[in-house]
Design a protein around this ligand. Structure first.
Ligand SMILES: C[S@@+](CC[C@H](N)C(=O)[O-])C[C@H]1O[C@@H](n2cnc3c(N)ncnc32)[C@H](O)[C@@H]1O
Length: 365
């Protein structure tokens, strides 16, 4: 979202990396960090920028055909919908709770009366700036940290996290339901790789539909939450490998091993860190990430889906990168934005569209 608010993605690792809000959707550059004298940490960091690991492949052949712009819109689904937005905030329904969170893109005025905005269960207030931690306020009664939700038939926990996130990015549902359809109609267990998988909702959707899933995230805490979600839905027996690792390091190893996947989802933050201090910087590392993803797509691959948020870029930048990366592979690259449409208090009254992310998706036809 690329204009979306900051999402997990960048802190060191104890929290779903990202609870420090440097990947702000407004695309603000990170504050310069004072460089410590040559500490071991600094030396190690310098030694592990993932991008130096191998050069990009030279691709030949035609670029896939293109479909642009594609606006993938959702009016909410399952337990989620966007009620209203305006004055730099959004009012959302997550199961039983109405929640207000900052939304820099809501430049207009709210549609609904102030009384509707006043009757909320939780509101994130405080410093929404880069380093701001803010806090949750519960106007009616104190709420627990988590509560049960369901999307696409999968149970998981909504969660009031310290940086205004609620444990799920519901705009992703359009990709998740596309993936679910692909898995269900494949007639074989598809292998799905979910990079930067966070609390695992996409992994659970894929596994419930019949896929064999590999979920990768740098944050131990996020992997813990994902496992909790798996247990909540009594899905422990489903084939999901939970891997706490730097995404780039993982795919490079999979490439060396000759592993292959039928669907790859990748939803990288602008900045992030692997568990051992590996640095992820979208503008530096995305070309190699896609290059490696192509190498680990199976010959019968069904799709490679990239979303990008909090970057200052047009969808064309990731679209053309995807087309160059997929030269000679045939198929189509479709790119555009993910948007959520306001749906009112009843979840059905269509209002304005809120852009959340850029995306680019290669499909074989
Ligand atoms: C925006 S969230 C992804 C959300 C997820 N796709 C979803 O829709 O539920 C970004 C995630 O990337 C993880 N992350 C950040 N840097 C990483 C890295 N270098 N390798 C792997 N995961 C990383 C964070 O821990 C965080 O969980």
């Amino acid at each position: 979202m690329k204009q979306r608010e900051g999402r997990p993605g960048q802190k060191k690792t104890s929290g779903p990396s990202g609870e420090s809000r440097r990947d702000d959707r407004a695309g603000r550059p990170p504050k310069p960090v004072a460089r410590p004298a040559a500490t071991r940490e600094a030396v190690r960091e310098a030694a592990v920028p993932a991008a130096v690991v191998r050069p990009l492949m030279t691709r030949s052949g035609e670029r896939p055909t293109e479909r642009v712009p594609v606006i993938l819109e959702s009016l909410g689904a399952g337990d989620f919908h966007l009620i209203d937005s305006g004055n730099g905030e959004k009012l959302e329904q997550y199961g039983p709770y109405r929640i207000i969170r900052p939304e820099a893109q809501a430049l207009w005025r709210p549609s609904l009366a102030p009384q509707v905005w006043e009757k909320v269960d939780a509101a994130f207030t405080g410093d929404t700036d880069e380093e701001g931690t803010g806090r949750w306020r519960f106007p009616k009664e104190a709420l627990g940290e988590t509560w049960p939700l369901n999307l696409l038939g999968v149970d998981f926990l909504g969660r009031f996290t310290s940086f205004r996130h609620v444990g799920v990015f519901p705009e992703q549902i359009v990709h998740w339901s596309w993936m679910k359809d692909q898995v269900e109609k494949a007639g074989r267990p598809l292998k799905v790789l979910n990079l930067f998988g966070y609390t695992g909702v996409a992994s659970l959707v894929a596994a419930a539909a019949g896929a064999e899933v590999t979920h990768v995230d740098a944050s131990k805490k996020a992997i813990g939450w994902a496992r909790e979600n798996q247990a909540l839905g009594r899905m422990e027996k489903l084939p999901i490998r939970w891997i706490c690792e730097d995404a780039m390091k993982f795919i490079l190893r999979e490439e060396r091993r000759g592993s292959q996947y039928d669907i790859i989802l990748t939803d990288p933050p602008k900045f992030g860190r692997g568990p051992n201090g590996e640095v992820w910087h979208l503008f530096e590392h995305l070309p190699l990430m896609l290059d490696v993803c192509r190498e680990i797509l199976s010959p019968k691959a069904v799709g490679l889906v990239l979303t990008a948020y909090s970057i200052r870029a047009s969808f064309y930048s990731i679209h053309e990168l995807m087309r160059e990366t997929m030269r000679g592979a045939g198929g189509v690259v479709e790119s555009g934005e993910l948007v959520i449409r306001e749906a009112g208090t009843d979840g059905k009254t269509q209002g304005r569209a809120l852009s959340t992310s850029l995306f680019s998706r290669w499909v074989p036809k």
